[in-house]
Design a protein around this ligand. Structure first.
Ligand code: GTP
Ligand code: SPV
Ligand code: MN
Length: 582
């Protein structure tokens, strides 16, 4: 018996399913599962022609987003989970959460889903095995990962896999736990069928567990998109960007160049997760470990993200969107004309008052269907990064773009990033919180150590990527976005690559290097001088007010905070002329 078979047997003895099915990832297997889900009401088939091969799933209304307060790191020492993670002692988790798995699959089928994160045959790639009693999870994992036979082939009967046990349980938030055992490299998830809580290859493995592997093995697992930017003369740049959940990664990764005619082209490598490692050439190399997109639906339209619109025309699982009586999916931002007789995301006739689609409605679709994929997206070696971009959603304070002075300053900028919360996680929306590297909910260990790991990685790179910070979401006094965003974000990327190649200068400011706006490609934008000034403004008082907040955030890490972070904060507060006790 292989180690995977032994584990499956152990889990079956505990969870007591009626049947155990090893998934091979084939089309026939998927067709059968989809048909079963249509029969039992888990899925609804959408319009045969207008949405061929598409289905709609409605989650339980209490299970529509990641639940960060029910997500735990069960490291032996509480200190190793750090102050930003919920912690549970491993023995306590095994006992209390373990109980919830006893007999939980009685009357159900247990699916064994072997999967690979990373391109097949890549030295970056890693195998996971998810056990689940949710057919919806199986169908999603088939799109999001390289699932089935390919994974068993890579595993080859060995023990190098991350086991993940998932059951929807009774879907009660009172009995919902997403637990990670970083030392054992094990994941347990019960009580949710939703995305990041249940598709264990994604946030649980590829970020939380992978971040601990990466710390130990000298690489990085990050919440980043990766894109390819090609200039008319053939100059190519790969750029990774970390924005918090629902802050624009998918949209930036699929950007349609407004300068396509002039030969400036953007292609997609990945939209949510990047695994990074230093290459022998001193550059940082990136792969997208995923095979599909689990993307935010609302706001996706022909003007904002035409590539996503093309991608999700067929063979897409829609979760929590609205639907017309004849099966056309609809959501806010798709177009201005909701079809008559619309059924909202909860399956009720839409009252035109609340949202028709849930704000965190999602599409699951294979990357292969995306017209903007770069031929390099599955390159086993990955792609070398020219730049790393960090960004948040901030109505105030943060300018459109600035550059960090060097790697360590960039790590500080990323570690102190603020962003307003979104519907991607349950809880209040629009509250500014510190979300270092957009990894606050996804770092599997003490974030103080994580900052240290970032600093250490810098020492391994003789040609480190340049680091920038962006904010697409600054608003004017009437709360309207100042920056057009979406495709026009390319203009900001062009400034970055001009900086990297030394083609443009920059202005010193207390927070970093700002563009000379006449050196940016802004022609043709309906942006007044006043709007541009508001967009770029760095207000000393507003930034000085950030300093004590950053100090308080850093203080939570105690002795686990690298001294370099204190040095950087002191330097910032000096530049701002702000008095702060460091
Ligand atoms: P996760 O999948 O949750 O990690 O999110 P993400 O970072 O991929 O976010 P996504 O690109 O899906 O964008 C989330 C929301 O922000 C969508 O409603 C978008 O329409 C909106 N959005 C994305 N980019 C921009 C932009 O440049 N400007 C504005 N105003 N909105 C944007
Ligand atoms: C996010 O919340 O950052 C997502 C969606 O990408 S989920 O898979 O639910 O984590
Ligand atoms: Mn994400």
């Amino acid at each position: 018996m292989t180690p995977a078979e032994r584990w499956v047997e152990e889990v079956a003895a505990k969870t007591r399913p009626d049947r155990v099915v090893w998934c091979d990832g084939s089309q026939a297997e998927n067709d059968k599962l989809v048909e079963e889900m249509v029969q039992d009401g888990t899925l609804q088939r959408l319009h045969e022609k207008e949405a061929a091969g598409c289905t709609l799933h409605r989650s339980h209304p209490s299970d529509v987003a990641r639940t960060e307060h029910l997500t735990f790191i069960a490291s032996r020492e509480k200190e190793d989970a750090g102050p930003t993670n919920n912690w549970m002692a491993p023995a306590e988790a095994k006992e209390n959460v373990g109980k919830l798995f006893d007999g939980v699959m009685k009357g159900r089928t247990m699916y064994v889903v072997p999967y690979v994160m990373g391109p097949l045959g890549s030295p970056f790639s890693k195998v996971g095995v998810e056990i689940t009693d949710s057919k919806y999870v199986v169908a999603n994992m088939r799109i999001m990962t390289r699932m089935g036979k390919a994974a068993l082939d890579q595993l080859g009967g060995g023990d190098e896999f991350v086991p993940g046990l998932h059951s929807t349980g009774d879907l009660s938030p009172d009995r919902r736990f997403i637990v990670h055992y970083p030392e054992e490299r094990l994941i347990w998830s019960v009580g949710s069928g939703y995305g990041g809580n249940a598709l264990l290859g994604k946030k649980c493995f590829a970020l939380r567990i992978a971040s601990t592997m990466a710390r130990d093995q000298g690489w990085m697992a990050e919440h980043m998109l990766i894109l390819e930017l090609t200039l008319p003369d053939g100059e190519v740049h790969y750029i990774a960007a970390a924005f918090p959940s629902a802050c624009g990664k998918t949209n930036l990764a699929m950007l349609v160049s407004p300068f396509e005619k002039q030969g400036i082209q953007v292609r997609t490598i990945g939209d949510d997760i990047a695994w990074l490692r230093p290459g022998p050439d001193g550059r940082l190399w990136a792969v997208n470990p995923e095979a599909g997109f689990f993307g935010v639906v609302p706001g996706t339209g022909p003007d904002t993200n035409p590539n996503a619109m093309d991608t999700i025309r067929t063979n897409t699982i829609f979760t929590n969107v609205a639907v017309s009586p004849d099966g056309i999916p609809w959501w806010e931002g798709k177009d201005k004309h909701p079809p008559a007789g619309l059924i909202d995301w909860q399956g009720k006739p839409w009252d035109h008052k609340g949202k028709a689609a849930h704000p965190n409605a999602r599409f699951t679709v294979s990357a292969r269907q995306c017209p903007s994929m770069s031929p390099k997206w599955e390159d086993p070696q990955g792609v070398p990064l020219s730049a790393i971009v960090f960004g948040g959603r901030r109505a105030r304070v943060a300018p459109l773009v600035f550059q960090a002075r060097d790697w360590n300053h960039g790590v500080f900028v990323a570690a102190t990033m603020g962003s307003e919360t979104t519907a991607a996680a349950t809880g209040a929306v629009g509250v500014v919180r510190r979300d270092p590297m957009a990894m606050l909910p996804f770092c599997g260990y003490n974030m103080g150590d994580y900052f240290g790991h970032w600093l250490k990685m810098g020492t391994k790179l003789s040609k480190p990527p340049a680091i920038f910070h962006v904010n697409w979401f600054r608003t004017d006094h009437e709360d309207a976005f100042l920056w057009p965003g979406f495709g026009q974000n390319l203009r900001v990327l062009l400034w970055m690559v001009d900086r990297i190649q030394g083609r443009v200068g920059a202005k010193e400011s207390p927070i970093g290097l700002l563009p000379e706006t006449d050196e940016m490609h802004l022609d043709g934008l309906a942006l007044s001088q006043h709007q541009l000034e508001m967009l770029m403004a760095v207000d000393r008082e507003e930034w000085a007010a950030e300093v004590p907040e950053i100090r308080a955030f850093f203080d939570r890490f105690g002795s686990r905070l690298p001294q370099e972070m204190n040095v950087q904060l002191e330097a910032l507060s000096k530049r701002l002329g702000a008095a702060v006790a460091v």
